[in-house]
Design a protein around this ligand. Structure first.
Ligand SMILES: NC(=O)c1ccc[n+]([C@@H]2O[C@H](COP(=O)([O-])OP(=O)(O)OC[C@H]3O[C@@H](n4cnc5c(N)ncnc54)[C@H](O)[C@@H]3O)[C@@H](O)[C@H]2O)c1
Length: 349
Protein backbone atom coordinates (compact mmCIF):
# COMPACT_ATOMS: atom_id res chain seq x y z
CA UNK A 1 0.00 0.00 0.00
CA UNK A 2 1.19 3.54 -0.76
CA UNK A 3 2.11 5.67 2.26
CA UNK A 4 0.90 9.30 2.46
CA UNK A 5 4.51 10.39 1.79
CA UNK A 6 4.56 8.37 -1.44
CA UNK A 7 1.17 9.78 -2.49
CA UNK A 8 2.42 13.34 -1.95
CA UNK A 9 5.53 12.61 -4.00
CA UNK A 10 3.40 11.18 -6.82
CA UNK A 11 1.14 14.26 -6.68
CA UNK A 12 4.15 16.57 -6.97
CA UNK A 13 5.42 14.71 -10.05
CA UNK A 14 2.00 14.75 -11.72
CA UNK A 15 1.48 18.41 -10.84
CA UNK A 16 4.86 19.27 -12.39
CA UNK A 17 3.82 17.79 -15.73
CA UNK A 18 0.36 19.40 -15.63
CA UNK A 19 1.75 22.80 -14.62
CA UNK A 20 4.42 22.71 -17.32
CA UNK A 21 1.77 22.02 -19.92
CA UNK A 22 -0.56 24.70 -18.58
CA UNK A 23 1.91 27.53 -17.92
CA UNK A 24 4.28 27.23 -20.91
CA UNK A 25 4.02 30.46 -22.93
CA UNK A 26 1.24 31.83 -20.69
CA UNK A 27 1.40 35.56 -19.95
CA UNK A 28 1.37 36.05 -16.20
CA UNK A 29 1.26 39.30 -14.20
CA UNK A 30 2.34 39.19 -10.55
CA UNK A 31 1.46 42.23 -8.45
CA UNK A 32 3.87 42.48 -5.51
CA UNK A 33 6.21 40.16 -7.42
CA UNK A 34 9.41 41.38 -5.75
CA UNK A 35 8.15 40.28 -2.34
CA UNK A 36 8.37 36.95 -0.57
CA UNK A 37 5.52 34.99 -2.16
CA UNK A 38 5.61 36.80 -5.51
CA UNK A 39 9.32 36.22 -6.16
CA UNK A 40 9.19 32.51 -5.28
CA UNK A 41 6.20 32.21 -7.61
CA UNK A 42 7.97 34.16 -10.39
CA UNK A 43 10.98 31.84 -10.24
CA UNK A 44 8.77 28.77 -10.54
CA UNK A 45 6.74 30.29 -13.39
CA UNK A 46 9.87 31.09 -15.40
CA UNK A 47 10.99 27.48 -14.88
CA UNK A 48 7.60 26.36 -16.29
CA UNK A 49 8.07 28.51 -19.40
CA UNK A 50 5.66 31.37 -18.61
CA UNK A 51 6.18 35.00 -19.69
CA UNK A 52 6.27 36.81 -16.36
CA UNK A 53 5.67 40.50 -15.68
CA UNK A 54 6.08 41.89 -12.18
CA UNK A 55 4.58 45.10 -10.86
CA UNK A 56 5.92 46.30 -7.50
CA UNK A 57 6.35 49.71 -5.84
CA UNK A 58 9.01 48.54 -3.31
CA UNK A 59 6.93 49.74 -0.35
CA UNK A 60 9.38 50.53 2.50
CA UNK A 61 9.71 47.97 5.37
CA UNK A 62 7.99 45.27 3.33
CA UNK A 63 9.42 42.27 1.55
CA UNK A 64 10.25 43.85 -1.83
CA UNK A 65 13.88 42.98 -2.61
CA UNK A 66 15.49 42.90 -6.06
CA UNK A 67 17.78 40.10 -4.95
CA UNK A 68 14.68 37.90 -4.54
CA UNK A 69 14.45 37.48 -8.30
CA UNK A 70 18.20 37.15 -8.92
CA UNK A 71 17.89 33.67 -10.53
CA UNK A 72 15.39 34.97 -13.13
CA UNK A 73 16.28 38.65 -13.36
CA UNK A 74 16.95 38.49 -17.09
CA UNK A 75 13.82 36.46 -17.81
CA UNK A 76 11.13 38.65 -16.21
CA UNK A 77 9.81 42.14 -16.99
CA UNK A 78 9.68 44.45 -13.98
CA UNK A 79 7.43 47.47 -13.82
CA UNK A 80 8.20 49.67 -10.81
CA UNK A 81 4.72 50.99 -10.33
CA UNK A 82 1.89 51.09 -7.85
CA UNK A 83 -1.24 48.96 -8.11
CA UNK A 84 -3.18 52.13 -7.25
CA UNK A 85 -2.11 53.70 -10.54
CA UNK A 86 -5.04 53.13 -12.92
CA UNK A 87 -3.17 54.03 -16.12
CA UNK A 88 -0.31 51.64 -15.31
CA UNK A 89 -2.67 48.82 -14.42
CA UNK A 90 -4.82 49.35 -17.52
CA UNK A 91 -1.71 48.86 -19.61
CA UNK A 92 -0.29 45.97 -17.58
CA UNK A 93 -3.37 43.73 -17.59
CA UNK A 94 -3.73 43.73 -21.38
CA UNK A 95 -2.92 40.33 -22.92
CA UNK A 96 -2.35 38.64 -19.56
CA UNK A 97 -3.72 35.12 -19.13
CA UNK A 98 -3.34 35.06 -15.35
CA UNK A 99 -2.93 37.73 -12.66
CA UNK A 100 -1.63 36.77 -9.23
CA UNK A 101 -2.64 39.69 -7.02
CA UNK A 102 -0.10 39.61 -4.18
CA UNK A 103 0.69 43.32 -3.73
CA UNK A 104 -0.46 44.42 -0.34
CA UNK A 105 0.23 46.23 2.87
CA UNK A 106 1.03 43.09 4.88
CA UNK A 107 2.15 44.43 8.25
CA UNK A 108 -0.57 43.88 10.90
CA UNK A 109 1.01 46.35 13.30
CA UNK A 110 1.41 49.04 10.61
CA UNK A 111 -2.23 48.55 9.59
CA UNK A 112 -3.24 49.84 13.04
CA UNK A 113 -0.64 52.64 13.01
CA UNK A 114 -1.53 53.86 9.52
CA UNK A 115 -4.94 52.41 8.65
CA UNK A 116 -5.52 54.76 5.73
CA UNK A 117 -2.44 53.45 3.89
CA UNK A 118 -3.61 49.89 4.53
CA UNK A 119 -7.06 50.72 3.14
CA UNK A 120 -5.52 52.59 0.21
CA UNK A 121 -3.29 49.73 -0.90
CA UNK A 122 -5.37 46.68 -0.01
CA UNK A 123 -8.80 47.98 -1.05
CA UNK A 124 -8.25 50.90 -3.43
CA UNK A 125 -5.37 49.01 -5.12
CA UNK A 126 -7.57 45.94 -5.57
CA UNK A 127 -10.39 48.03 -7.04
CA UNK A 128 -8.00 49.66 -9.51
CA UNK A 129 -6.80 46.22 -10.65
CA UNK A 130 -10.35 44.91 -11.01
CA UNK A 131 -11.44 48.02 -12.95
CA UNK A 132 -8.46 47.53 -15.26
CA UNK A 133 -9.56 43.94 -15.87
CA UNK A 134 -13.20 44.93 -16.29
CA UNK A 135 -12.33 47.47 -18.97
CA UNK A 136 -9.35 45.83 -20.68
CA UNK A 137 -9.27 42.06 -20.12
CA UNK A 138 -12.19 40.11 -18.68
CA UNK A 139 -10.69 36.72 -19.51
CA UNK A 140 -7.63 36.77 -17.25
CA UNK A 141 -7.86 34.47 -14.22
CA UNK A 142 -7.21 36.44 -11.00
CA UNK A 143 -5.87 34.73 -7.89
CA UNK A 144 -6.02 36.81 -4.71
CA UNK A 145 -3.85 36.18 -1.65
CA UNK A 146 -6.07 36.99 1.32
CA UNK A 147 -5.33 36.00 4.89
CA UNK A 148 -6.56 33.49 7.47
CA UNK A 149 -6.88 36.58 9.69
CA UNK A 150 -10.20 37.26 7.90
CA UNK A 151 -11.79 34.78 10.34
CA UNK A 152 -10.64 36.51 13.54
CA UNK A 153 -10.90 34.41 16.71
CA UNK A 154 -11.82 30.81 15.97
CA UNK A 155 -15.15 29.60 17.32
CA UNK A 156 -14.48 26.05 16.06
CA UNK A 157 -11.36 24.20 14.92
CA UNK A 158 -10.15 23.40 12.37
CA UNK A 159 -11.52 26.50 10.64
CA UNK A 160 -13.41 25.82 7.41
CA UNK A 161 -14.57 28.36 4.80
CA UNK A 162 -18.04 28.66 6.40
CA UNK A 163 -16.58 29.85 9.70
CA UNK A 164 -17.74 33.40 10.71
CA UNK A 165 -15.49 36.25 9.58
CA UNK A 166 -14.84 38.69 12.43
CA UNK A 167 -11.34 40.09 11.78
CA UNK A 168 -9.40 41.37 14.79
CA UNK A 169 -7.18 43.89 13.02
CA UNK A 170 -7.61 46.35 10.17
CA UNK A 171 -5.22 44.43 7.88
CA UNK A 172 -7.59 41.47 8.01
CA UNK A 173 -10.62 43.74 7.47
CA UNK A 174 -9.10 45.23 4.31
CA UNK A 175 -8.19 41.73 3.06
CA UNK A 176 -11.75 40.54 3.60
CA UNK A 177 -13.14 43.63 1.85
CA UNK A 178 -10.75 43.10 -1.08
CA UNK A 179 -11.86 39.46 -1.36
CA UNK A 180 -15.53 40.53 -1.41
CA UNK A 181 -14.83 43.18 -4.08
CA UNK A 182 -13.07 40.64 -6.29
CA UNK A 183 -16.00 38.25 -5.97
CA UNK A 184 -18.41 41.03 -7.03
CA UNK A 185 -16.37 41.50 -10.23
CA UNK A 186 -16.46 37.75 -10.71
CA UNK A 187 -20.24 37.56 -10.32
CA UNK A 188 -21.23 40.72 -12.22
CA UNK A 189 -18.57 41.00 -14.94
CA UNK A 190 -17.63 37.32 -15.21
CA UNK A 191 -13.95 37.89 -14.43
CA UNK A 192 -12.62 34.45 -13.41
CA UNK A 193 -11.40 34.88 -9.83
CA UNK A 194 -10.13 32.61 -7.07
CA UNK A 195 -9.71 33.93 -3.53
CA UNK A 196 -7.36 32.32 -1.03
CA UNK A 197 -7.22 32.77 2.74
CA UNK A 198 -3.62 31.93 3.39
CA UNK A 199 -2.10 30.91 6.69
CA UNK A 200 1.31 32.03 8.07
CA UNK A 201 3.88 31.10 5.45
CA UNK A 202 7.66 30.88 5.88
CA UNK A 203 10.75 30.13 3.82
CA UNK A 204 13.43 31.68 1.60
CA UNK A 205 13.07 35.31 0.34
CA UNK A 206 11.00 36.59 3.26
CA UNK A 207 12.17 39.94 4.68
CA UNK A 208 14.49 39.58 7.71
CA UNK A 209 14.66 43.28 8.63
CA UNK A 210 12.18 43.36 11.50
CA UNK A 211 9.82 41.15 13.50
CA UNK A 212 6.52 42.93 12.82
CA UNK A 213 5.32 40.18 10.48
CA UNK A 214 6.65 36.75 9.57
CA UNK A 215 7.35 35.32 13.03
CA UNK A 216 8.56 31.93 11.75
CA UNK A 217 11.26 33.51 9.60
CA UNK A 218 12.19 35.86 12.45
CA UNK A 219 12.72 32.88 14.78
CA UNK A 220 14.96 31.29 12.12
CA UNK A 221 17.02 34.49 11.96
CA UNK A 222 17.35 34.56 15.75
CA UNK A 223 18.51 30.94 15.82
CA UNK A 224 20.98 31.50 12.97
CA UNK A 225 22.41 34.45 14.96
CA UNK A 226 22.58 32.18 18.04
CA UNK A 227 20.19 34.43 19.94
CA UNK A 228 17.09 33.81 22.07
CA UNK A 229 13.81 33.24 20.19
CA UNK A 230 11.23 35.45 21.98
CA UNK A 231 7.98 33.45 22.35
CA UNK A 232 5.00 35.58 23.43
CA UNK A 233 3.04 34.50 26.55
CA UNK A 234 3.45 30.85 27.50
CA UNK A 235 3.80 29.80 23.84
CA UNK A 236 0.73 27.53 23.84
CA UNK A 237 -1.25 29.38 21.14
CA UNK A 238 -1.63 27.11 18.10
CA UNK A 239 -1.05 28.28 14.54
CA UNK A 240 -0.87 26.70 11.11
CA UNK A 241 2.46 27.21 9.29
CA UNK A 242 3.04 26.48 5.61
CA UNK A 243 6.30 26.26 3.67
CA UNK A 244 6.59 28.60 0.68
CA UNK A 245 7.12 25.88 -1.97
CA UNK A 246 3.83 24.31 -0.92
CA UNK A 247 2.10 27.68 -1.25
CA UNK A 248 3.62 28.25 -4.71
CA UNK A 249 2.29 24.84 -5.83
CA UNK A 250 -1.09 25.80 -4.47
CA UNK A 251 -1.12 29.14 -6.33
CA UNK A 252 -0.26 27.33 -9.56
CA UNK A 253 -3.03 24.79 -8.99
CA UNK A 254 -5.61 27.45 -8.06
CA UNK A 255 -5.15 29.39 -11.29
CA UNK A 256 -5.17 26.35 -13.56
CA UNK A 257 -8.17 24.35 -12.30
CA UNK A 258 -11.46 25.58 -13.81
CA UNK A 259 -13.61 24.44 -10.89
CA UNK A 260 -11.66 26.72 -8.54
CA UNK A 261 -13.07 29.84 -10.24
CA UNK A 262 -15.58 31.76 -8.11
CA UNK A 263 -14.46 29.96 -4.94
CA UNK A 264 -12.83 30.98 -1.66
CA UNK A 265 -10.30 28.53 -0.20
CA UNK A 266 -8.38 28.07 3.02
CA UNK A 267 -4.70 27.46 2.42
CA UNK A 268 -2.54 25.96 5.15
CA UNK A 269 -0.82 22.81 6.28
CA UNK A 270 -3.99 21.65 7.99
CA UNK A 271 -2.20 21.13 11.33
CA UNK A 272 -1.97 23.30 14.44
CA UNK A 273 1.38 23.67 16.17
CA UNK A 274 2.21 25.82 19.21
CA UNK A 275 4.65 28.74 19.08
CA UNK A 276 6.64 26.96 21.76
CA UNK A 277 6.95 23.86 19.57
CA UNK A 278 8.05 25.80 16.50
CA UNK A 279 10.67 27.70 18.50
CA UNK A 280 12.01 24.44 19.96
CA UNK A 281 12.00 22.76 16.54
CA UNK A 282 13.89 25.65 14.92
CA UNK A 283 16.52 25.60 17.69
CA UNK A 284 16.85 21.84 17.35
CA UNK A 285 17.10 21.77 13.50
CA UNK A 286 19.52 24.72 13.27
CA UNK A 287 21.43 23.64 16.36
CA UNK A 288 21.77 27.20 17.65
CA UNK A 289 19.76 29.73 19.68
CA UNK A 290 17.45 29.14 22.66
CA UNK A 291 13.80 29.78 23.60
CA UNK A 292 12.72 32.56 25.91
CA UNK A 293 9.23 33.65 26.99
CA UNK A 294 8.14 37.26 26.95
CA UNK A 295 4.97 39.30 27.55
CA UNK A 296 2.85 40.20 24.51
CA UNK A 297 3.37 43.80 23.47
CA UNK A 298 0.13 45.80 23.61
CA UNK A 299 0.14 46.16 19.80
CA UNK A 300 0.43 42.37 19.38
CA UNK A 301 -2.14 41.49 22.01
CA UNK A 302 -4.69 43.77 20.32
CA UNK A 303 -4.64 41.82 17.04
CA UNK A 304 -3.88 38.30 18.35
CA UNK A 305 -6.81 36.01 17.38
CA UNK A 306 -5.74 32.91 19.39
CA UNK A 307 -5.63 29.32 18.17
CA UNK A 308 -5.98 28.68 14.44
CA UNK A 309 -5.49 25.85 12.04
CA UNK A 310 -7.13 25.42 8.70
CA UNK A 311 -9.49 22.84 7.32
CA UNK A 312 -7.97 22.46 3.84
CA UNK A 313 -10.28 19.72 2.56
CA UNK A 314 -11.98 22.04 0.03
CA UNK A 315 -8.81 23.07 -1.87
CA UNK A 316 -7.52 19.48 -1.73
CA UNK A 317 -10.76 18.16 -3.20
CA UNK A 318 -11.08 20.71 -6.01
CA UNK A 319 -7.45 21.07 -7.10
CA UNK A 320 -5.82 17.86 -5.75
CA UNK A 321 -3.14 20.10 -4.16
CA UNK A 322 -1.52 18.72 -1.03
CA UNK A 323 1.17 20.30 1.15
CA UNK A 324 4.26 18.10 0.97
CA UNK A 325 7.15 19.70 2.88
CA UNK A 326 7.69 18.73 6.52
CA UNK A 327 8.49 21.45 9.03
CA UNK A 328 11.99 20.04 9.65
CA UNK A 329 12.72 20.09 5.93
CA UNK A 330 11.26 23.59 5.55
CA UNK A 331 13.43 24.94 8.38
CA UNK A 332 16.56 23.29 6.95
CA UNK A 333 15.92 24.63 3.42
CA UNK A 334 15.23 28.13 4.75
CA UNK A 335 18.37 28.13 6.88
CA UNK A 336 20.43 26.90 3.95
CA UNK A 337 19.16 29.73 1.71
CA UNK A 338 19.89 32.50 4.23
CA UNK A 339 23.31 31.04 5.09
CA UNK A 340 24.25 31.58 1.45
CA UNK A 341 22.63 34.99 0.91
CA UNK A 342 22.60 36.54 4.36
CA UNK A 343 24.04 39.88 3.26
CA UNK A 344 20.96 40.56 1.11
CA UNK A 345 18.51 40.00 3.97
CA UNK A 346 20.19 40.89 7.31
CA UNK A 347 19.32 44.56 6.78
CA UNK A 348 18.08 47.24 9.18
CA UNK A 349 14.29 47.69 8.97
N1 LIG B 1 3.39 35.70 3.94
C1 LIG B 1 2.30 35.27 4.55
O1 LIG B 1 2.38 34.51 5.52
C2 LIG B 1 0.94 35.68 4.04
C3 LIG B 1 -0.20 35.08 4.63
C4 LIG B 1 -1.46 35.47 4.17
C5 LIG B 1 -1.59 36.39 3.16
N2 LIG B 1 -0.47 36.97 2.62
C6 LIG B 1 -0.67 37.96 1.57
O2 LIG B 1 0.14 37.64 0.45
C7 LIG B 1 0.55 38.84 -0.22
C8 LIG B 1 2.06 38.82 -0.41
O3 LIG B 1 2.65 38.74 0.88
P1 LIG B 1 4.21 38.55 1.09
O4 LIG B 1 4.37 37.72 2.31
O5 LIG B 1 4.86 38.16 -0.17
O6 LIG B 1 4.62 40.03 1.49
P2 LIG B 1 5.89 40.91 1.01
O7 LIG B 1 5.92 42.11 1.87
O8 LIG B 1 7.11 40.07 0.97
O9 LIG B 1 5.49 41.30 -0.47
C9 LIG B 1 4.51 42.26 -0.76
C10 LIG B 1 5.00 43.03 -1.97
O10 LIG B 1 3.96 43.95 -2.38
C11 LIG B 1 4.60 45.15 -2.78
N3 LIG B 1 3.61 46.23 -2.68
C12 LIG B 1 3.03 46.73 -1.58
N4 LIG B 1 2.19 47.73 -1.90
C13 LIG B 1 2.23 47.84 -3.25
C14 LIG B 1 1.58 48.68 -4.17
N5 LIG B 1 0.72 49.63 -3.74
N6 LIG B 1 1.84 48.54 -5.49
C15 LIG B 1 2.72 47.60 -5.92
N7 LIG B 1 3.38 46.77 -5.07
C16 LIG B 1 3.13 46.88 -3.76
C17 LIG B 1 5.74 45.32 -1.80
O11 LIG B 1 6.73 46.22 -2.28
C18 LIG B 1 6.24 43.88 -1.67
O12 LIG B 1 7.24 43.61 -2.62
C19 LIG B 1 0.07 40.00 0.63
O13 LIG B 1 -1.13 40.51 0.09
C20 LIG B 1 -0.20 39.36 1.98
O14 LIG B 1 -1.22 40.05 2.69
C21 LIG B 1 0.77 36.64 3.04
Amino acid sequence: MLSSGNLKEIWRKVAKVIHREYYAEKNVLITGGLGFIGSNLAIKLVELGANVTIVDNMLPRQGGNLFNIEPVKDAVRINFSDVRNQLSMNHLVKDQDIVFHLAGQVNHVDSMRDPVLDLEINCHGTLVLMQALRNHNRDAVVVYSGTRGEYGSSVSLPVNEDHPTNPKGLYAVTNLAAEKMIMVYNQIYGIPAVCLRITNTYGPRHQMMHDEYGVFNWFIKKAMDNEALPVFGDGTILRDFLYIDDLVQCLLASASVKDAVGEVFNIGSGAGVSFREIAEKIVSVIGKGSCTFTEFTRERAEVEPGDYWADISKIKKITAWNPAISMEDGIARTCDFYSRYKEHYWLEG
